[in-house]
Design a protein around this ligand. Structure first.
Ligand code: NAP
Length: 309
């Protein structure tokens, strides 16, 4: 039996991957898309998306991704709920592995996005889900009427703190500098919340726990070096993300942070391999820019296939 060679294999089902799927499916390329660990990507762990054009009153992240998935399937995209663990992208026929399963493709679109960063404090792994979280919209519910803190000074930190202020009795925002990366509108929204107290410039130096989980956090004032212990029920990290480019590194160039470098829109250094969305975007990291790159990658993959001998 001859092994099937797919025209397009897309790795990752965030806005970039699913947009690539919609476009390549409508071009009759019969794409196959691998969902990985988090089908729908980061938007599935957010609440209201207010900046996706076309929805005057916003749309819930999970609903947007569910609709995008259905749209991709309507045109014949095949979704595999498997994780790609290894790749060999050299040559005209690329090989990908999902565990032991081998998949062959003429083109590959990498849209694996990025994963939440942690501080690397002692005992962190054991406390995940026991007072420590990287996703307020996923876990905030468990801290209703409780006292929590958020670490970070970007839009994610502001969004998470503002979200938690609606649920929790008290929210402390801990940031290591007294200037913020967050956009002025998001910062203002958090500053206007009565329940949010800002602690800047403070480093988060230690977590304190008992057998049930986190009980407090130790923070150090970076101006005085004084360490303070704050009793807490929950601690949320919102300190950015790391691009999921590890398994592709032998076949693409990456920058110092691990983002895949692309030229001429979404081309990587390996012919037939394209990268779209947060995995290749250290600047904008928006759902809409990811979708735009997904469209570019799809059209570039289509042209690449048309020009094959
Ligand atoms: P980010 O903008 O990179 O901000 C990360 C924050 O975490 C920074 O304040 C950074 O501090 C802090 N940080 C990083 N490493 C740290 C460490 N080891 N210890 C303490 N603090 C640390 O990440 P983001 O907030 O996740 O946002 C990423 C992108 O998504 C941005 O472009 C943002 O605009 C976008 N976004 C948009 C929305 C929205 O529009 N609804 C919501 C969320 C995110 P320093 O500033 O000191 O480096």
């Amino acid at each position: 039996m001859t092994e099937k060679i797919h025209n397009v294999v897309i790795v990752g089902t965030g806005p970039a991957g699913l947009t690539s799927a919609i476009y390549t499916a409508r071009a009759n390329l019969e794409p196959i898309i691998y969902a990985g660990m988090q089908h729908g990507g980061q938007l599935t762990i957010t609440t209201d998306v207010e900046n996706w054009p076309g929805f005057e009153n916003g749309i819930l992240g999970p609903k947007l991704m569910q609709d995008m998935t259905a749209q991709a399937e309507r045109f014949g995209t095949k979704i595999e709920y498997d994780l790609i663990t290894k790749v060999d992208l050299e040559g005209p026929i690329k090989t990908l592995w999902a565990g032991d399963k081998e998949i062959k493709a003429r083109t590959v679109i990498i849209s694996t996005g990025a994963t939440a960063r942690t501080l690397g404090l002692e005992g962190e792994a054991e406390l995940m889900g026991k007072g420590l979280s990287t996703c307020a919209t996923c876990d905030g519910f468990f801290y209703r009427n409780k006292k929590v803190a958020v670490v970070g000074g970007g839009d994610s930190a502001m969004e998470e703190a503002t979200y938690l202020a609606k649920l929790c009795s008290e929210v402390i925002l801990i940031h290591r500098r007294d200037v913020f990366r967050a956009s002025p509108i998001m910062l203002k929204r958090a500053q206007n919340e009565e329940k949010i107290t800002f602690k800047v410039p403070y480093d988060t130096v230690e977590t304190v726990a008992d057998s049930n989980g986190l009980t407090a956090v130790k923070i150090k004032n970076l101006e005085t070096n004084e360490v303070e212990t704050i009793e807490l029920d929950g601690l949320f990290y919102a300190i950015g993300h790391t691009p999921n480019s590890q398994i592709f590194k032998d076949f693409v160039d990456v920058d110092d942070h691990g983002y895949i470098k692309v030229s001429e829109f979404t081309k990587t250094k390996t012919p037939g391999v394209f990268a779209a969305g947060d995995i290749a975007d250290p600047h904008f990291k928006q759902a809409i820019t990811a979708a735009g790159m997904g469209c570019q990658a799809a059209i570039q993959a289509q042209h690449y296939i048309e020009n094959l001998d």
